[in-house]
Design a protein around this ligand. Structure first.
Ligand SMILES: [Mg+2]
Length: 183
């Protein structure tokens, strides 16, 4: 596995990696935000090991008019609060509200990664990893030239080995634990 050093950045998908997904629906309200088991522990480990911890999330429920930017802001502020209260850190959450597949910020397109590089010039994509639970996340990581980690969820499981996936893990916590083993 790739070796993580203190210059590394981690990009995290949100739904299915940090919080439980709603089958065929969006997390529309803060009351629906349920962190997955081990996520707070994982974030506390990852925060100590990565220079930047960045969330990149497609939220087309906004573009569809199902939820508002304010609803999302409330959800993200609750997410940040829970992570910070348990010793973790998220430096920024980027979201793409667009519905069109060709929107440059909608994963798998790399726009949110490019925006992060603009905002955090010390991001080194050669020393970055993208963690997600869909092939679209893996494609986003590959488009930026990052390492990729596929987290298992209720989403279809791709074949292994897969050209877009460097590592499969059962959860974000399982990935964090592999880093502890690295020493
Ligand atoms: Mg996801």
């Amino acid at each position: 596995m790739f070796e993580i050093t203190p210059e590394w950045t981690i990009f995290l998908d949100r739904d299915g990696v940090l919080n439980r997904e709603k089958e065929g629906d969006y997390i529309r309200h803060v009351s629906e935000l349920q962190l997955l088991p081990g996520v707070t522990e994982a974030l506390s480990i990852l925060s100590a090991r990565f220079l930047h911890v960045i969330v990149v999330t497609n939220q087309k429920g906004i573009g569809k008019g199902i939820m508002s930017e304010e609803d999302l802001a409330e959800i993200h502020s609750a997410l940040l609060q829970r992570i910070t209260a348990t010793g973790g850190r998220i430096d920024h959450i980027y979201h793409c509200p667009d519905t069109a597949a060709d929107s440059p910020c909608r994963k798998p397109n790399p726009g949110m990664g490019r925006q992060a590089m603009h905002d955090f010039p010390s991001i080194d994509l050669q020393r970055s990893v993208m963690v997600g639970n869909t092939l679209s996340d893996m494609q986003f990581g590959r488009a930026l030239g990052c390492q990729t980690v596929f987290i298992e969820s209720n989403k279809p499981k791709p074949e292994a080995p897969h050209p877009w996936i460097d590592l499969h893990c059962q959860s974000l916590y399982a990935f964090a634990k592999t880093l502890i083993k690295q020493g």
